[in-house]
Design a protein around this ligand. Sequence first.
Ligand code: NAD
Length: 506
Amino acid sequence: MPEASERREMTLQFDPAALAASVTPPTRMMIGGRSVESASGATFATLNPATGEELAQVAEGAQEDIDRAVAAARDAFDNGPWGRMAPADRRNLLKRFALLIEAHADELAVMETLEAGKPIFDSSTIDLPETVACLMWHAELADKVYDLATPSGHGVVSTVVREPIGVVGAVLPWNYPLMMAAWKIGPALAAGNTMVLKPAEQTSMSTIRIAELATEAGLPDGVLNVVPGFGETAGAALGLHPQVDCVGFTGSTEVGRMFLRYSADSNLKRVLLECGGKSPMVVMGDAEDLDKVAANACESIFWNAGQNCSSNSRLLLHKSIADETLDRIDEAMHEWVLGDPLDPETRMGAIIEPSHMEKILSNIEKAMDEGATMRCGGNQTRTESGGWFVEPTIFTDVAPDMTVARDEVFGPVLSVSTFTHADEGIAMANDTDYGLHASVFTSNVRSAHLASRMLRAGTVSVNCYSEGDMTTPFGGYGLSGFGGRDNGVHAHEQYTETKTIWLDLS
Ligand code: NAD
């Protein structure tokens, strides 16, 4: 992701509102390289979170559609060319796919903004470029991961080879629809698997569109299938399907647990979970640049209106710099302009749906009931738009046992606590069931090293808020994940099986 300062310089080269008026969102599922209706003919509404208006009726997939899509993926894997073609050919097809997405980036960015309610500035400068970069990076890995010859001595040839697992299901969240799709598609397809994707029911359209582009790019029929629909029906059918060999899931911890049960109750398919978080940002008393701390704290909690699994929703401040840091945050917040997501100046958009907004508002109410001090925000706003918006909200005087310090709010709500000793700050940071991400700010290289080893999280960023990049594995400890990591070579390998080939030469 580009630095905030780099992004500040970027401007959009198209008129989002005009494009939004002309874009025709795709609404049918993609199975076996063909655009089809659901078997039942049922559809469901996709709404624009910024206006509350219906954008389209999308084909509603259920068991029969998942069966059709898995059969197409199975056939493409067992009988098609995909898993057997020269890795360099697979690489070239995936790169062509990525370049087609890039060529349609404006249209796709507008679709993401319309259905997810996120600022067009983010869709255009983060989500689409990252989606393309992810697919390109994994495409390049297709012919660059080597197998092993083992030191088994004379008389045998023993090799360990990585093979595709087979049919991979991906069940996706709504917060970064294309990026999360790319995080699964890139490594799984590059490794030679075929796929069935179930996008979140709130955000199906951009994912359907890229499956159309995959066909246009020349990916063989059945390699990438997309079945929109609800979790309890289409999602569960994919999780329980006996012909699916692996499921990659990104979403809530609660639903993630279900995929482990689905696997146990069906064919012991591999399950990879990327779930929720309640990540801490620890600011030591010797943190040098409090403006930088403030900018990163805001970026972390207000980006995507806080609907971000790795947002640092707990700010833990050393008492000596607490007041000063909060003053700098008050100033930094002016950059987070809340508004119409299609306006290029907007930096904070809408909340995905009314029920989620209500959940955020009830968390805010509970924080007040439990004795936290509201420093700013706290209300629904822009009600005249018909959409669902919540003001950026900050609570101070948050005790570690308050609900706002423990539960994932998944909204623009920052809880601020203070500590006196560095060890106490680290202990507070680790006092969570989650462990996706953590940040520490300090000018002392020794405490930076010690803190980054002591913080229990899949990613620790020092003197910044960062998830790393495409080269670094991303995933969590504890309730934040299970089974693997997205991104990096780790992601590629987790979509492969390990096979030993033992050749007796005697
Ligand atoms: P969610 O768990 O409600 O839904 C995610 C997906 O699961 C959707 O496609 C949904 O249809 C499906 N689903 C829902 N119920 C199901 C069921 N019973 N069986 C099968 N599938 C079902 O999550 P969400 O609200 O879309 O996303 C928000 C959550 O995702 C947050 O907790 C956030 O932290 C997490 N998240 C994690 C990461 C990460 O990489 N760790 C990234 C983004 C989001």
